[in-house]
Design a protein around this ligand. Structure first.
Ligand code: PLP
Length: 370
């Protein structure tokens, strides 16, 4: 079809994880542990839900483009309003960044098998998309710095990273930053920031602001608001001013914005979610390692495990589904022999490891054990 540019024609659309309902129907199951999309197993922050209900009274009015949330965030982080943007999830803002700053001859640089949402967005712009392999499942920032050329325009770094869960440290980022020219924009995607922020080696980007770094954060993960579509970003006022030009004027929606503001105040929920997640990470990591599997060291709300082959990963994924455990295959990310497992409730996590043990015995135990 001549109307479609080749880089759109060849694009593989974003495939979300399986829904609980589709798995329930397909396998006739009652108990499902959905551990495929890094959502909060406790649900949404209760204060956010209440605020969202209250906001329905003004549903007939157009929203104010995220102004209320920007004001709250500016006060909380002690920055100017002009340094903050709010949008329909952090992916909504990412999409605006790509639209606002990439020209035809520009290049994007990131890691192999980067967060798939970014891959799809960047490739949909039709510019050159270059990657550097992981080193032990971590970003290889040294190798990435060596790949910067005169066309590099955007460098995308997720910290913690999805799908590996690993982080780069403050020291590593500082070293890397020395090699990045000012004309290159770094997207620092901190969707999983809250899970990693207490690690003293983690570089919370709000502690030091650079003019060419845009920080992206979201309410989709720890605050449990993935369905509301609300995220935010911090950057130099020039960047924000230009992003606001391309942003849809009425995003985020009124209920989403109200939910985000209230979620920031729901500290009890935040702590409960962090505790559950820390327990889940320990349990899943230990359980999978006891089976003899390689697990990348995660600072997020999921773990990534490495299977011997793509076929092993596909067989285990299908077998787990039959037992009501939905995990995320990573072929579309570019890691066909890996599976990603989000932390769930304690019960979900137990069900998951039980299912893995059976699945492992049935699919890998004889050929690969030991
Ligand atoms: C690294 C990363 N960035 C961004 C997002 C998307 O966040 P949002 O729901 O705010 O668009 C995700 C979601 O999985 C993610 O893993």
């Amino acid at each position: 079809m001549p109307l479609v540019p080749p880089y759109i024609e060849s694009l593989r659309p974003y495939e979300a994880g399986r829904t609980t309902e589709s798995v329930r129907k397909q396998y006739g199951l009652t108990r499902i542990a959905k551990l495929a999309s890094n959502e909060n197993p406790l649900g949404a922050a209760p204060k956010a839900v209440e605020a969202m209900h209250r906001s329905l009274d003004s549903l007939h009015l157009y929203p104010n483009g995220g102004l209320d949330l920007r004001e709250v965030l500016a006060a909380e982080y002690d920055v100017k309003l002009d340094n903050v943007i709010a949008g329909s999830g952090s992916e909504g803002i990412m999409s605006n960044i790509i639209r606002a700053f990439l020209c035809d001859d520009d290049e994007v640089l990131t890691t192999d098998a980067a967060f798939i949402g970014f891959q799809v967005l960047a490739k949909s712009r039709g510019v050159k998309y270059r990657t550097v392999p992981y080193r032990d499942w971590h970003y290889d920032l040294e190798a990435m710095a060596a790949q910067i050329n005169q066309h590099t325009k955007i460098i995308y770094l997720a910290n913690p990273n999805n799908p590996t869960g690993t982080i780069f440290t403050r020291h590593q980022f500082d070293e890397f930053y020395k090699h990045v020219p000012e004309r290159v924009l770094i997207i620092l995607d901190e969707a999983y920031f809250e899970y990693a922020k207490d690690n003293p080696r983690y570089p919370d980007s709000m502690h030091y602001r650079y003019d060419n770094v845009i920080t992206l954060r979201t309410f989709s993960k720890i605050y449990g608001l993935a369905g509301a579509r609300i995220g935010y970003g911090f950057a130099h006022e020039e960047l924000i001013r230009n992003l606001l030009k391309v942003k849809l004027p009425f995003e985020p929606s009124t209920p989403a914005q109200a939910a985000g503001i209230a979620a920031l105040g729901d500290k009890e929920f935040l702590h409960r979610s962090l505790e559950l997640n820390a327990r889940g990470l320990r349990y899943l990591t230990a359980g999978l390692q006891e089976l003899g599997l390689t697990v990348a060291p995660s600072q997020a709300n999921f773990v990534m495990t490495v299977l011997p082959t793509e076929q092993d990963a596909a067989r285990i994924f299908e077998n787990l589904l039959t037992q009501g455990v939905v995990v995320r295959p990573l072929k579309a990310f570019g890691l066909p022999n890996c599976l990603r497992i989000s932390t769930g409730t304690d019960d979900d996590n137990r069900l998951c490891i039980e299912a893995w043990s059976k699945s492992y015995a049935a699919n890998l135990g004889t050929s690969h054990a030991g």
